[in-house]
Design a protein around this ligand. Structure first.
Ligand code: SF4
Length: 463
């Protein structure tokens, strides 16, 4: 089914993910990540990876590991090799390397204990916790061979992050055997518990997918309706937060926006998702064009979203650098999506002028508009900025009426006479020429008797 959404925006974080250790003391039935034979990634190698990610434009990097790998002797040896006395120290050093490279580090390392959380909080930008709505520790169930999984652990993890003033992200793993009632109840309970916590950054649904070779490879995934219902409950539980879903459901993003999806979370464009390696993360351009088909704008954001998180002293320089990078990238790419919220002609913008454009001939655009008291500069006179805005709009649409999408590069205005408030003003724009990607236009504002109040010339560049 093709879904046309009305000018929705989906945010995302440009990220990378690096597997620091696949060793895990648990063995969850759905997991394809765990590998107890694997090594700890040397910090030196980690540093080189981070530099590469930063050069490629990533804003954040996730350091992904299994739960408590240090209980294995092989990892104890590896920690010694890296001059670390604890796994949390290794994570802290890894985070420091990420910060040095200019990346915001996010720790995704299972159920960290209070000491670990305190240690990583010194250098991590944030931590990501994976929560489940049911324990499922029975024989043949998802967590038959796992500890620290289930709803009873959620509160403790959140409290630890809160106490350490460490920003956190919550993943809700759904569809692993919990009932729909348990799932919804859990989302609501967590929302009530920490929805107002300034350290909570965003939430994400992680619908289970059967992966060949895992104990639960034969279990069917949730149907779309169940995922959509969970998304609606997520919206109800976290009404003001960024609410994401994992990238493997990317073909359903557009539909899910109607159920509460407003974010795509961290998209590891550079590395793929190590936790679901069998499901490729779509390329940025693919994702963008797919969403554009549905009139959805893809917009980049920072991973830290609350003032509490943004003002943590340890992250200030990295965050400022990330913000600049994001801004530069944003400005370099002009994304033109008409979501009907244009200040001048957008009929969905209740604070805008909501004028009607008349495009009777290609290369021409006009309108008749009557100002009100809210549009004045000096008493009784229409503000010059409003006239400029109208002229810009008419000239721009005169060019657009020829089938060319262009944006304003330059404008020159002559204000000839004051425009009185409350009089119908005729504003006309005409395309006057151009060369290559540059188009020229002229505009004029007139009183009903033809008296010219302002004239403009503009240069527009094709996108
Ligand atoms: S899902 Fe996480 S906790 Fe469970 S086995 Fe895999 S790495 Fe360990």
């Amino acid at each position: 089914m093709r879904v046309m959404t009305q000018g929705t925006t989906l945010t995302h974080v440009f990220g990378a993910a690096v597997t620091v250790c696949r060793v895990c003391r648990n063995s969850c039935g759905y997991c394809s990540f765990r590998d107890v034979e694997s090594d700890l990634m040397p910090l030196e190698k980690l540093a080189a990876e981070f530099i590469g990610f930063a050069k490629a434009g990533a804003i954040q990097v996730s350091l992904v590991s299994g739960d408590s790998p240090h209980v294995y002797p092989s990892i104890q040896f590896a920690l010694k090799r890296e001059s670390c006395v604890a796994f949390s120290e290794y994570l802290r050093k890894g985070c420091a390397l990420a910060v040095e490279a200019g990346l915001l580090p996010v720790v995704e390392a299972g159920a960290l204990d209070p000491f670990d959380v305190q240690t990583v909080s010194e250098m991590a930008a944030s931590v990501r916790f994976s929560l489940t709505a049911a324990g499922l520790h029975g024989k043949g169930e998802a967590h038959a061979e796992a500890r620290n999984r289930g709803p009873e652990h959620a509160k403790g993890l959140i409290e630890q992050a809160h106490r350490s003033q460490l920003p956190y992200h919550l993943d809700f793993l759904i569809g692993i055997g919990e009932t729909e009632a348990e799932r919804h109840e859990f989302l609501r309970t967590v929302g009530t518990f920490c929805g107002a916590d300034p350290w909570l950054q965003d939430v994400r649904l992680v619908p289970f997918q059967p992966i060949p070779g895992t104990a639960m490879s034969g279990r069917p995934p949730l149907g779309f309706e169940q995922v959509a219902a969970a998304m609606r409950v997520l919206r109800e539980a976290f009404p003001v937060h960024f609410r994401a879903i994992t990238p493997h459901l990317f073909s359903r993003f557009a539909e899910l926006t109607g159920h509460g999806l407003n974010d795509l979370g961290p998209l590891p464009f550079l590395t793929g998702d190590p936790v679901m390696s069998g499901f490729p993360v779509p390329a940025y351009e693919t994702l963008k064009s797919r969403l554009t088909e549905h009139n959805i704008l893809l917009s980049e954001r920072l991973p830290l979203t609350t003032p509490a998180a943004e003002n943590r002293g340890s992250m200030t320089p990295t965050l400022a650098a990330a913000r600049n990078r994001l801004l530069n990238r944003d400005q370099a790419k002009i994304k033109l999506i008409d979501d009907k919220h244009c200040f001048v002609c957008g009929h969905r913008n209740t604070q805008g002028l909501q004028i009607t454009l008349q495009k009777n001939d290609p290369g021409t655009c006009s309108t008749v508009w009557t100002s009100g008291p809210a549009h004045q500069g000096y008493a009784g006179i229409v503000h010059g900025g409003i006239l400029t805005t109208l002229l810009d709009e008419m000239m721009g649409h005169a060019i657009i009426s020829t089938g060319i999408l262009a944006v304003t590069a330059e404008m020159r205005i002559k204000f000839l006479r004051p425009a009185p408030i409350g009089f119908p003003l005729t504003v006309v724009g005409n395309r006057t020429g151009g060369r290559g990607r540059v188009h020229l236009a002229k505009g004029v504002v007139m009183l009903p008797d033809g008296t010219v109040l302002a004239e403009a010339e503009g240069r527009f560049v094709e996108c």
